[in-house]
Design a protein around this ligand. Structure first.
Ligand SMILES: [Zn+2]
Length: 331
């Protein structure tokens, strides 16, 4: 069941044929792009039925000891070490379970997992199982922040639309974010869930002071964005990237438009923003853009909210632009 013509090594990681000169301590060194590669195939061995059930039937299997009856999920043993190695048999378990600890969240992943971040990684005891399974965690409510998943949170197993027979074919979301029908039905796929209805934090009513603060911060943000737009390093940070961001603060709102190297601030609401950013105090964003603390940290610390989890990537790029401008000033 190969669904797409994807390559084992994505083409973006494959360098062009060529060479360049690097100068280190006054000496020039010629660096040439070359390759060394080994491909291999990996068998899932006796775990094949488990992965095939995930991939082809959207079922979650465990193994049950024929002697003590303990159910292990995933089915990582064919014989029970507690029962003088009595054989185990495969059984299907429920796709609803409980977090058995509060999971850590990965915001800055290695290149292998970058496309999945931010994600939680935690252990879930599915109904019918006696052991916990490690699984990735996502929310449909916007950016994944601490507090959404805790020890005891009830979660549902969700299947990727495109499955390869890997653990990343599945992930969990909190059951409170699903309909009763979705919680009860097995084999719910990611495309069946509503990812377009994030829960936006409510902003307080603005008074004159808040509006004055907004106007002042807006001037600061505008001038930094103009500076970014003329900075070569910063422009490179958003090459090929296009986003319309609606920014909401207590005192007012505006848009940031990223357009393949160009960045600008617009004082009007974009017709259909790619995502929404909410920060009560506009100085949170101002400080981040001015390289006084990272915007990504403000997201993690819940001072700045974004409506789409995967747009953490864009926030990361804004941080990089702030750093690029700061570095240009130094050198
Ligand atoms: Zn046993």
């Amino acid at each position: 069941m190969t669904t797409q013509q994807e390559k084992v090594i994505p083409s973006k990681y494959i360098p062009d044929v060529g060479s360049h000169v690097e100068t280190i301590e006054g000496n020039d060194y010629l660096i040439t792009n070359d390759a060394m590669y080994t491909f291999y195939q990996r068998s899932k061995g006796e775990f094949s039925p488990f992965f095939l059930a995930l991939r082809d039937d959207k079922r979650l299997l465990g193994c049950k000891c024929t002697n003590c009856g303990l159910v292990r999920v995933p089915p990582f043993l064919t014989h029970c070490p507690d029962c003088n190695f009595a054989p185990t048999e495969l059984i299907e378990v429920d796709q609803v379970g409980i977090m058995n600890s509060t999971p850590p969240i990965t915001y800055f992943a290695t290149s292998l997992f970058q496309d999945m971040a931010p994600y939680g990684r935690g252990r879930v005891i599915f109904n019918g199982a006696d052991t916990a399974m490690s699984v990735n965690l996502y929310t449909t409510t916007g950016i994944l922040v601490p507090g959404i998943f805790k020890k005891g949170t009830e979660v549902k197993l969700i299947f990727r639309d495109d499955r390869k027979g890997e653990m990343t074919d599945v992930f969990c979301v909190p059951t409170v974010e699903l309909s009763k029908e979705q919680i009860e039905r097995k084999g719910v796929q990611e495309s069946e869930i509503n990812w377009e209805a994030p829960i936006e934090p409510k902003l307080p009513q603005a008074d004159d002071q808040e509006v004055a603060l907004y106007n002042e911060a807006l001037e600061g943000i505008k001038s930094i964005i103009e500076e970014m737009n003329t900075n070569e390093r910063a422009r490179k940070d958003i090459a090929g990237w296009k986003r319309h961001i609606l920014v909401k603060t207590t005192g007012g709102q505006f848009a940031i438009v990223i357009d393949d190297g160009d960045i600008r601030l617009e004082q009007r609401e974009p017709a259909s923003p790619d995502f929404v950013m909410v920060c009560e105090d506009p100085r949170t964003l101002l400080d981040g853009l001015a390289y006084r603390g990272a915007i990504t940290d403000s997201v993690i610390n819940r001072k700045l909210w974004i409506s789409k989890n995967m747009e953490f990537n864009t926030i990361f790029k804004l941080d990089r632009m702030a750093r690029s401008v700061a570095r240009s000033k130094k050198s």
